[in-house]
Design a protein around this ligand. Sequence first.
Ligand code: THG
Length: 367
Amino acid sequence: MTQISLSRRLRRTPFSDGVEAAGVKAYTVYNRMLLPTVFESVEADYRHLKEHVQIWDVSCERQVELRGPDATRLMQMLTPRDLRGMLPGQCYYVPIVDETGGMLNDPVAVKLSEDRWWISIADSDLLFWVKGIANGYRLDVLVDEPDVSPLAVQGPKSDELLARVFGDRVRDIRFFRFDMFEFQGHSLAIARSGYSKQGGFEIYVEGSAVGMPLWNALFEAGRDLNVRAGCPNLIERIEGGLLSYGNDMTDDNTPHECGLGRFCNTHTAIGCIGRDALLRVAKEGPVQQIRPIAIAGDPVPPCDRPWGVFAEGRRVGQITSAAWSPDFATNVAIGMVKLSHWDAGTALEVETPEGTRDAVVQAHFWI
Ligand code: THG
């Protein structure tokens, strides 16, 4: 097995000691930081996530902090989602687009106050774009990456575990809202959110030093809940239709192609840098779009490059994420498919590295 060389450029996290002690078997690199991908096996981790509770080191979801009188104005320049109704204490999933309407990132925006935001980013260098906009428009706002590392608690027993550490008030946090909680003298934002469909929370751990004490407290409190270290699970996130920036979409795609039109209010998102471009493309409608696709046959290998999707010998799209689903007894996949072939029930052929497979466009993700 070839290894990846560690160095200062590939950042560890405040929880890396705990992740290693828990027996992490594989990592990926995300925002130049370590992100675990396997503990026991992808399938065993999946089973455990759906039945128990897991602690995830998702420190790689770095924060871009906006601070100052122009913070809210800058935030609206970045996204076609209308932020006017958003209150402090809320989180929004927001497409971030460039001047062509191309996706630069798909983060969670966290509104701390009228003049302070965190943008919890996916895997692209959004900090540079945001700093460029802030300076180019001479905005009165500071933009930087704070010492904040999200720790996710995911799975059906998440409420019980967090209530034991932070008190019953965590049960009152609504979906995509956050509140502040004390841990060893530190005030931490805890949101009901996370990169799975199994329920749970994200703790925005401010200050690296509190990382391992919190990690250890969660494991001690959850011993009888069968708490384990986990990580975003490939199978579960494809079943749930959670997109992965850089895999399922790039800056060549509009939010509408990504199926994120419901998070765009392009007509009222005044100030959004990609607004004019999106108004133009939204009028015609997208000519390709992300779809759930079932691929027949034995378990497919990892999708580390797009697999061509064909119909009657012509290329009509590509698969960008795929995995065998034990619960649905088929390969589940995410693909970008042309308008002519994106209807549910359409039969397709997928060129995997192990040969051509039959596939069918699904009406919904597997949730
Ligand atoms: N949480 C936080 N930061 C993140 C992620 C996260 N940064 C990186 C990455 N994940 C960003 N991408 C996503 C993708 C999907 C969701 C969140 C971030 C998500 N989607 C839900 C869905 O599609 O069902 C809910 C969207 C909604 O209804 O608002 O949660 O996970 N902090």
